[in-house]
Design a protein around this ligand. Sequence first.
Ligand SMILES: O=C(O)C(O)[C@@H](O)[C@H](O)[C@H](O)COP(=O)(O)O
Length: 258
Amino acid sequence: MSTQAPVVVHPDGELLARATAARFLLALVDAQSVATPVHVALTGGSILVDVLRAVAADPLRDAVDWTAVHVWWGDERFVPAGHEERNDVDAAEALLDHLPLRPEHVHAVPGPDRVADVDAAARAYTEELAAHAAPGAEVPELAVVLLGMGPDGHVASLFPGRPSLGDESLGALAEAESPKPPPERVSLTLPTLCSAHQVWLVVSGEGKAPAVAAALAQTSLPEAEGGTGDGQSVPAGRVRASGRTLWLVDLAATSALP
Ligand SMILES: O=C(O)C(O)[C@@H](O)[C@H](O)[C@H](O)COP(=O)(O)O
């Protein structure tokens, strides 16, 4: 039997973003006091971009040694480098361009400008993860993974009812039929997300409330709400970090909780 991950509720999306930013910076400082370098994974989504902007604006950011931080993506849209739909473009503008990161530590997922197709992109990302793993491991230990969640309960590019959810490998996978556009994406697999030391699900707004409730109850959403209706937990409910799984939400996102 699994115990429910803690849910931290903030009054609104703005405070959620600022508090998550402060928590993220302190987590990096803590992780760097134990081991270096530190690996983190970001994803796309509106609240996460707000979090990244809040990290950029937080004076605590100077407490982190950014030259020893590796940045990965939980998922990326398979469009060319620099395309406005790419998650790394948003992240660069919101935060990464403002930090003294080493360019070789920013692990972008290759797009169609670099590889033949989305399968090749996933393979290349899996190889890059393996190249930075500790001896005997297949992926680096991610200190913190920041995940958004869609109204259907998807996380990264793992969508309800898609075969990708059953991928048991460590590394990245290709999703060629994402219900959220654009259709082609690369995502870390569920076991990779679960191998992270901490995973934070950052969720804002009433539109996500039914999926928050379904994830915490480890069940599906009805088909009418974009779910599978089969009682199998939405993807967000399946993420269990090796150390700590945290839900960081605003009040509106809790409105469907019993
Ligand atoms: O589409 C992406 O690239 C994602 O990484 C995706 O998993 C996202 O985080 C959620 O869909 C939440 O996005 P919103 O906050 O914009 O609803």
